[in-house]
Design a protein around this ligand. Structure first.
Ligand SMILES: [Cu+2]
Length: 288
């Protein structure tokens, strides 16, 4: 037993310490890796805060678990019937009772204060450099760039049969959302039919898209994600093809974004996206 523990414990601690590199998806992509522990790598200021806060909470939790476990072990060993045949009849200890009420309250307040700070940081909309409007549909996304010529396009899953080498299954789309790095992006979300949810773990963005109203949040992609694709998916059960409406963001430099905008304005000038095609593709997802 002891020998097993001797090999198992260092392996476990080693695995926990190396979560950093394990957080990264395949090169050029930001998504979960197989057998990944911990959160996805943070690609926005909000995500940075949440990952750091998660690490702080782990320290607090670990200390609490060690303390309670130690206390229980001490009680079981020191005060069992054999070692302590005549138990004490003490029932109240005012000081102890005040301490075990006040200390947990202080711990909770210590967690709540930074937690609310992060919540407000994620919720506030800073001065935006551009806006992306996201519309959920059964079962694909529509993206609109109101500040860049007001063009729109649909982003639809690529069916398994059409995947090219290296394209991840269930995450690849025909038209990626192209966004510039180091830019405050206002995200406006709504829906055409039912409630969807535009969720990207590495940006810490996860917001419902509601028919008939507009929800608002923001993001800012870090510089080092230039050239990478950031993946997410619809996270609100929205019907039979809920699992087949992925989100793929291509992060580009500001200059490349300007170039892409010019091309996209031409490419998506006429909204001749064929509804039949969408339905066919969406059905291809459902029948897999
Ligand atoms: Cu959906």
């Amino acid at each position: 037993m002891r020998n097993k523990l001797k090999t198992f414990l260092p392996a476990l601690i080693g695995a926990m310490l190396t979560f950093g590199p394990a957080m990264a998806g395949p090169a050029g992509e930001v998504r979960s890796a197989p057998w990944q522990m911990w959160l996805q790598e943070p690609a926005s200021p909000t995500a940075d805060r949440i990952v750091a806060f998660n690490a702080q909470l782990m320290v607090i939790e670990t200390l609490i678990v060690i303390f309670v476990l130690g206390l229980m072990a001490y009680i079981a060993i020191r005060f069992n019937a054999k070692r302590n045949p005549t138990p004490s009849k003490t029932t109240h200890n005012t000081l102890l009772e005040v301490v075990w009420t006040v200390v947990p309250i202080l711990i909770l307040v210590g967690i709540a204060v930074p937690s609310l700070k992060h919540l407000y940081f994620a919720d506030r909309i800073p001065e935006a450099d551009m806006t992306l409007k996201i519309t959920g549909n059964q079962w694909y996304w529509n993206y609109n760039y109101p500040d860049n010529g007001d063009f729109s396009f649909d982003s639809i899953i690529v069916a398994d049969a059409d995947l090219k080498e290296g394209q991840p299954r269930l995450l690849t789309v025909d038209n990626k959302v192209v966004l510039p790095v180091e830019t405050n992006i206002r995200l406006l979300m709504t829906s055409n039919d039912v409630i969807h949810n535009w969720a990207l773990p590495s940006l810490s963005v996860k917001l419902d898209t509601m028919p008939g109203r507009i929800n608002e949040t923001w993001t800012r992609i870090h510089e080092k994600y230039v050239g990478k694709t950031i993946y997410g998916m619809c996270s609100e059960l929205c019907g039979v093809n809920h699992g087949f409406m992925p989100i793929a963001i291509e992060a580009v430099s500001k200059e490349d974004f300007e170039k892409w905008v010019k091309e996209a304005q031409q490419k998506f000038a006429s909204d001749d996206t064929k509804t039949d095609d969408k339905v066919r593709l969406a059905d291809a997802g459902a029948t897999r």
